[in-house]
Design a protein around this ligand. Structure first.
Ligand SMILES: Cc1cc2nc3c(=O)[nH]c(=O)nc-3n(C[C@H](O)[C@H](O)[C@H](O)COP(=O)(O)O)c2cc1C
Length: 186
């Protein structure tokens, strides 16, 4: 099983990273491969709305950047993990830029997706506010991956009360949940 994990925090080794790492550690216990990408380091140039992906003029994307290199790997992955902090009441800009680039998988003509259906996905959100405050961010990610992309939900972690980068260390129950989600992935 090939798993790709994407972390959308500007803060290296922050709460989002730590939770995603715990999921990955559970996954690796079953011998699966995981590659983790920090979206802040990807130099994602952002979707230009050129329409070439929808017109089938390019295989994935006309933009010459690292994200375009990752698109075929995403197409080939069995599971995608997306972790994002809540920035200004939504996913971080890095995460949104990443999600926009998945537009290549959408088939506008009949509102379906290519290559993504049937893959598994896991989401992680971290906020300063208590976890209940931003369930809508997880619903949004489920809308993209579950509803639109027809991917299979393998877990949603919603963590809150996180301000300093190590605050999650005092929430052992979240790490247990993360490990368990990772270990159940098959
Ligand atoms: C630019 C920015 C905007 C933020 N906006 C919100 C917000 O709207 N609501 C909230 O609860 N927390 C907000 N936070 C706090 C982060 O969501 C929280 O600290 C999170 O744990 C950061 O994740 P990280 O440790 O992985 O970087 C914001 C933080 C930053 C840096």
């Amino acid at each position: 099983m090939k798993v790709m994990a994407f972390v959308g925090s500007a803060r290296k080794d922050g709460n989002t990273s730590k939770i995603v790492d715990a999921i990955c550690s559970g996954i690796k216990k079953n011998g699966h491969e995981v590659e983790t990408y920090n979206l802040a380091e990807l130099d994602n140039k952002g979707c230009r709305a050129c329409g070439l992906c929808q017109a089938n003029k390019v295989e994935y994307c006309s933009i010459n950047d690292k994200m375009t290199e990752l698109l075929p790997k995403i197409a080939d992955a069995d599971c995608i993990i997306v972790g994002t902090p809540v920035y200004m009441v939504h996913v971080s800009g890095y995460t949104k830029n990443f999600l926009d680039r998945l537009f290549t998988f959408f088939v506008e003509s009949n509102h379906t997706t290519r290559l993504l259906p049937g893959k598994k996905y896991i989401t992680v959100t971290c906020s300063g506010a208590p976890a209940e405050a931003f369930k809508n961010v997880t619903e949004y990610l489920n809308q993209i991956f579950g509803d639109y992309s027809q991917m299979v939900n393998s877990g949603n972690i919603i963590a809150g009360n996180l301000h300093s980068k190590d605050d999650i260390l005092s929430q052992q129950e979240i790490f247990n949940q993360a490990e368990e989600i990772g270990q159940k992935l098959n």
